[in-house]
Ligand binder design. Structure first.
Ligand code: TXA
Ligand code: MG
Length: 336
């Protein structure tokens, strides 16, 4: 199939373009669209065949559930069988926004969405294009990130096309997504609530509102009963082997001397530019860093390098979500 690429105003999406995309969703097609985190690949969440199309296009394993996106609180009742007061408090504070709540699933939600499990992830995104699209479609929209399974998430339309061109019906190009990494996923079916994926809403912000939550540990092993398959070790990964280091510049120098073509990602002005090393600088604070991380990795991944070396951000909780993504990007990518 040919993918129609449609440029759309990210703040004031044109009605006629939204209606075209909504019609594609209603007839069971696939539409990629920007959210405030990353681009999503959407299908009608109540149409099992349409959702199966997402898994096919992405090459996503069927055991990995997808998040359902809504555009009003009323829609929660279509998706979830229960709405605990804790969820209501979180939604009141963080929705619309980059927080996904895992809730008991409604019987009408197809098993393809939830990977056969009893729970469903629900999120009300803040991006104007996402909101307009979901509202116009008139149905909840299942949407994982719009990349091939286990590859880098897309923060720009061109990243979506790299993996999904001619595998999806339409792409709404609303420019770069502002957040840059994925939503926080919080399971509120257990007590205390459990953080399944750190993301743009920090756990300190969550705890300030609802009290202690259980955090993932770096050694959380994915098992047959995956609590959240996004916790799979290798995920969000570039094709180029990547490693993180506290002495990134030194390491990049050594690898270059050994004959490798190296890309280097720093958080501060390099003391000296290493000759022959493709060097990028990301912002030194978590939100700015997250916003640019995947775009930087996409650039380096396209540069034909042998190795990407990332300077490790500080080991403090504000950087939890970034550390999580870096660990996964590096997982098992170096074979020596
Ligand atoms: O920011 C985001 O969340 C983006 C945008 C498009 O909304 N979506 C996204 O979807 O990142 P995806 O499929 O790439 O990641 C969803 C994560 C996966 O780790 C999945 O395993 C987990 O959420 N998840 C979804 N439903 C779940 C459920 N019922 N129980 C546990 N984990 C769930
Ligand atoms: Mg994803």
């Amino acid at each position: 199939m040919d993918t129609q690429v449609v440029s759309i105003d990210s703040l004031h999406p044109q009605r006629e373009l939204i209606d075209r995309a909504a019609a594609v969703l209603r007839r069971g097609g696939l539409v990629a669209f920007p959210t405030e985190t990353v681009y999503g690949l959407g299908a009608n969440a109540l149409d099992a065949a349409a959702v199966a199309g997402i898994f096919l296009a992405k090459g996503r394993p069927s055991h990995n559930p997808v998040i359902v996106h809504i555009a009003s609180l009323d829609e929660v009742a279509l998706i979830a069988a229960d709405w605990p007061s804790l969820a209501a408090a979180l939604a009141d504070h963080f929705w619309p926004g980059p927080l996904t709540l895992v809730l008991p699933k409604h019987a009408k939600v197809p098993d393809t969405v939830t990977a056969g499990g009893p729970t469903v992830g629900v999120r009300w995104p803040a991006h104007p294009v996402a909101q307009a699209l979901i509202r116009a479609a008139g149905v909840p929209v299942a949407a994982p990130s719009a990349n091939r399974s286990s590859e880098l998430s897309p923060t720009r339309a061109e990243h979506v096309l790299r993996g999904l061109q001619d595998r999806i019906d339409m792409l709404l190009d609303g420019g770069p997504t502002p957040g840059g990494i994925e939503s926080t996923v919080l399971d509120v079916t257990c007590s205390p609530p459990r953080l399944l994926r750190p993301g743009l809403v920090g756990h300190a912000e969550l705890e300030a509102l609802i009290g202690p939550i259980a955090l993932p540990t770096p050694n959380d092993q994915p098992s047959a009963a995956l609590p959240s398959p996004g916790m799979l070790a290798r995920h969000y990964a570039p094709r180029t082997p990547l490693e993180c280091s506290n002495n990134a510049t030194e390491l990049a120098g050594e690898l270059t001397a050994a004959g490798l073509k190296v890309g280097l990602v720093l958080m501060s002005e390099p003391a000296a530019w290493l000759k022959g090393v493709r060097t990028l600088q990301l912002p030194g604070e978590p939100a700015g860093y997250a916003a640019e991380l995947y775009a930087a990795l996409h650039v380096l991944d396209d540069a034909g390098l042998d190795r990407i070396v990332m300077q490790l951000p500080p080991a403090i909780s504000e950087w939890l979500a970034v550390h999580d993504r870096l660990r996964r990007a590096a997982a098992s990518s170096i074979t020596v």
